[in-house]
Ligand binder design. Structure first.
Ligand SMILES: CCc1cccc(CC)c1NC(=O)n1cc2c(c1)/C(=N\C(=O)c1ccc(N3CCN(C)CC3)cc1)N=N2
Length: 288
């Protein structure tokens, strides 16, 4: 029996999408394995982001298991700060992911444009990330690759975590190396077993970068960055002016012993977050 009809029979209610269901708009961005386009689903007129990934690239880098895992994980997650994967389809050369459209694009562009964020913006994004990660950890998902490039903003300035390419269903302790260096926690740098707490470390890195415009352990070479991470060589520049509460939160996250890092719950209750985060978890005041 043709695989299409067999799959159709297996779960009849599941819609089988195809390229003919969409009107493709402007390209929104491109990554290593493909591009993302604005698209409109013809019947519902619903706007989505269509991410096109070339099969040959996936085969070449032997990433089909990782892509399958990313899709299974992202389809199973439903959270206001996690970019939704509505569905997917493929043809001979390409795989198409039907993704939620984030109207304001990548957060790091906002960061590069303004140099650094205000304490209110930074606290709002860290609170959103802590909520999204608490939700992911409840579903046994460790993202492991939270960095500004993987954070998008919707039309209201609400943060959306995208690209679960490096995330894993945490059944056992993980050993695989991944992500760029600046965001790696010491236990990952040492390629030791690691667990959820790597995402807490990364929140500390991101909070620092939101407020100062650069990650805390940036260095000329990878070796120096490794060394600074392992030493937790953390220092706060005198400009821009950052509150003592913000520095307190960062110092409680960038702790080498992963068991001593502030928990996601404690982050949400931290005085700096309580005072500065927008309870509606969006920064609509952003002048984008
Ligand atoms: C293939 C692309 C890719 C590779 C790797 C990782 C990721 C996740 C970030 C992605 N992107 C991805 O999956 N994406 C899923 C997405 C998505 C990307 C997206 N929007 C945009 O990329 C975007 C970019 C710029 C934009 N404008 C810029 C100029 N402004 C004045 C107006 C607004 C508006 C929207 N919506 N869902």
């Amino acid at each position: 029996m043709h695989s299409q009809t067999r799959r159709q029979n297996q779960n009849p209610q599941k819609k089988q999408w195809s390229l003919q269901d969409f009107e493709i708009g402007k390209p929104l961005g491109k990554g290593k394995f493909g591009r993302v386009y604005l698209a409109r689903e013809l019947k519902s007129k619903y706007i989505v982001a269509l991410k096109v990934i070339f099969k040959e690239q996936i085969e070449k880098y032997r990433l089909h298991h990782q892509l399958r895992r990313e899709m299974e994980i992202q389809t199973s997650l439903r959270h206001p700060n996690v970019l939704m994967l509505y569905g997917w389809f493929h043809d001979d050369e390409r795989i198409y992911l039907i993704l939620e459209y984030a109207h304001r694009g990548e957060l790091y562009r906002e960061l590069r444009k303004t140099g650094h964020l205000t304490e209110k913006q930074a606290a709002t994004y860290i609170a959103s990330l802590a909520q999204a990660l608490a939700y992911c950890h409840e579903k046994d998902v460790i993202h492991r690759d939270i960095k500004p490039e993987n954070l998008l903003l919707d039309h209201e300035g609400r943060l959306k975590i995208a690209d679960f390419g490096w995330s894993v269903q945490s059944t056992s302790k993980r050993h695989t190396m991944c992500g760029t260096l600046d965001y790696l926690a010491p236990e990952m740098v040492e390629n030791k077993a690691h667990d959820y707490a790597v995402d807490n470390w990364t929140l500390g890195i991101l909070c620092y970068e939101f407020l100062y415009g650069v990650p805390p352990f940036e260095a000329e070479s990878q070796t120096d960055t490794f060394r600074r991470i392992m030493k937790v060589d953390l220092s706060f520049p005198s400009t821009p002016q950052v509150s003592a509460e913000a520095k307190d939160l960062i110092s409680r996250l960038l702790v080498k012993d992963s068991s001593k890092r502030l928990s996601l719950q404690k982050i949400m209750e931290h005085p700096w977050i309580m005072k500065n985060a927008d309870p509606m978890d969006k920064c609509s005041k952003l002048d984008l």
